[in-house]
Design a protein around this ligand. Structure first.
Ligand code: SF4
Length: 424
């Protein structure tokens, strides 16, 4: 019995897949990376953009054709809006919410001859030991769900209210990973900064969590994702520069640089407050690499309002952004607003943001020529090795028999483009 994963969306979905994988392995399934040999196809969906949902329906047609020729079971989990679920029910054999992962074995019994008992699976799915995809890089979820209800976002409806994972359970998972030699750990949650708000101990907050993680000895880096500007505390900003294992990289979603649009998005900050936060963080960490999320063409966004976003891109000097051309998600507040920016205009604004980012990243990369960077080697292609600096920039070096994936090395940067650094 072989299973294949098709994962869409964010790091949280990849992390969920590692827990689903652990359950399937315990039932006697084996993972394959060849879709054509799978008996079970698992789709981890993302409802955040309509585009991802359309792609899933495209694949369903293919799987239905395969089902005419041989047995194939299709399973759907991840972020799926109720409205999308209704349509998906006909398209998939099995749909389950990740929170109900402990019920998966029972449901698979209708399709596969399973012998294992499902009794040992923890009812809180985040407590399931994952089957990590990599031997040196791991996602560690610290919370799931979100209480923020940004007007365009499906997550609070698909994942529900925010639930934080117990403090000690997170620490134990990270200690185990570091003891096994893992070098890069990413703490994931829809809003990591509000970690612990639902736990009944004010000491179990995000700043204390990362301070505690930093005391674990070993050679490793810890990133965290995603942040909400309104919830980044002064304690966190104070703590970050002194932590050994937390690199100088921050993903700080902006979404829009215009105050009216930010209000309509229900983001709870203004352009000035966002820029003041960036300034405060950069004062503490001058070498900080900042990335962001931007939505272009939100309902009613005028050209002038979009220019405010471009101004913030330039002032904050983002080096990368996940840019979304707005699409309404059913059931969200913004879906009731008129989606009145044309597709062509959204595409144009997307290109303009990209152009501004490319200019910034090239300038910033060129400043690094001649410097020595600590790089974690993470990929091998032909005669080259690739790795990431502390601020997550890609570095290319020549392959060498003494170097392998997972090594920390020092690289002297000799050249730079907008896409990568190269050195010796
Ligand atoms: S913070 Fe806003 S955008 Fe992020 S998951 Fe929560 S509702 Fe969605």
């Amino acid at each position: 019995m072989k299973y294949y994963f098709w994962i869409l969306g964010c790091a949280m979905n990849y992390s969920d897949a590692e827990r689903i994988s652990a359950v399937l392995n315990s039932l006697g399934f084996t993972k394959t990376d060849k879709e054509q040999e799978a008996d079970l196809v698992c789709v981890i969906a993302c409802s955040v953009r309509q585009h991802a949902i359309d792609r899933i329906f495209g694949k369903v047609k293919e799987w239905n054709e395969i089902k005419q020729k041989r047995p194939l079971v299709t399973l759907l989990s991840g972020c799926v809006l109720e409205q999308d679920q209704k349509k998906m029910k006909k398209a998939f054999d099995l749909i389950f919410e990740i929170k109900e992962l402990d019920s998966l074995p029972l449901r698979l019994l209708d399709y596969f001859p399973l012998h294992q008992s499902h009794k040992e699976i923890p009812s809180q799915y985040l407590s399931i030991s994952p089957d990590y995809r990599s031997s040196f890089r791991a996602f560690v979820p610290i919370s799931t769900g979100c209480d923020n209800y940004c007007s365009y976002c499906a997550v609070p409806y698909t994942r529900g209210r925010e639930i934080s994972r117990p403090f000690n359970e997170i620490i134990e998972e990270i200690e185990t990973l570091i003891a096994k030699g893992y070098k890069e750990i990413t703490l994931v949650g829809q809003n990591v900064n509000s970690y612990g708000n639902d736990l009944n101990d004010p000491n179990n907050n995000f700043t204390n969590l990362i301070k505690k993680i930093d005391t674990i000895s070993g050679e490793y880096r810890v990133y965290f994702y995603s942040n909400h500007p309104k919830d980044i505390s002064d304690e966190l900003i104070e703590a970050l520069p002194s932590l050994t294992h937390f690199p100088h990289y921050l993903h700080l979603p902006l979404q829009s640089g215009n105050n009216e649009i930010l209000k309509a998005m229900n983001r709870h900050y203004t352009q000035n407050q966002y820029l003041a936060l960036v300034k405060k963080i950069r004062t503490k960490i001058p070498e900080l690499l900042l990335t962001t999320d931007i939505i272009v063409g939100f309902p009613g966004e005028t050209k002038e309002q979009f220019l405010d976003t471009l101004r913030v891109v330039e002032k904050a000097r983002f080096e990368m952004a996940f840019i979304a051309q707005y699409s309404p998600r059913p059931g969200t507040r913004s879906a009731k607003m008129e989606d009145n920016v044309s597709k062509e205009e959204k595409k144009k604004r997307n290109l303009e943001v990209n152009k501004a980012l490319t200019k910034i990243v090239l300038e910033e990369n060129q400043k690094l020529i001649g410097t020595i960077q600590e790089v974690l080697v993470d990929e091998e292609k032909k005669d080259k090795l690739y790795g990431r600096t502390k601020s997550y920039k890609v570095v290319e070096i020549k392959k060498s028999p003494t170097l392998k994936i997972g090594d920390f090395i020092k690289v002297k940067i000799e050249s730079a483009t907008a896409w990568k650094l190269a050195g010796k």
